[in-house]
Design a protein around this ligand. Sequence first.
Ligand SMILES: [Zn+2]
Length: 210
Amino acid sequence: MTESRLREEICLHGRSLFDRGLTFGSAGNISVRLDDGWLMTPTNACLGRLDPAELSKVDLQGRLVSGGKPTKESFLHTSMYAERPSAGAIVHLHSTHSVAVSVLADLDPQEPIPPITAYYVMKIGRLALVPYYAPGDVGLADAVREVAGRHHAVLLANHGPVIAGKDLETAIYATEELEETARLYLMLRGEKLRLLSAADVAALRQKYPS
Ligand SMILES: [Zn+2]
């Protein structure tokens, strides 16, 4: 896909996420890998009103080439890309239901949401929970880096998801799948659940490796 097409895709997906309430205000950011660097949403930008020409373009050394200053959370993206050479795009949102789950006490860091549907297992694989860090704390970059090699989907405690995909559409769809799974999980809290069995999950993971 050409760079100009990728710029348009970022804006179209940003608008769609915003229109459906998956992001709000200037929260959330999107990045896409290019041959010579990355495109990122600019700092303080509303995903619902992005301009293709104003997206931040950074080179392979992380220097700004054109457009506005990149998102203040660009380190989440660069930490993930550094550990995942196959990642073509990354989405980070403060989507309400995913954040709600990230606030629950006593979550299993290896499995913050149990396998409640097959599509959750297929699109998210193994979700990792990263502990809380205050905004701007560089410790968060290291914490994401530590799990990103093994997990393409990471949930930041009291903050939101960071999800990598082979391309932008894959990353967006996985983020949406996580948000809907989080919503289901919250609806079902307190109910007796029939989760997918370990054998069900193993069969899905073999057929759809993440
Ligand atoms: Zn954030």
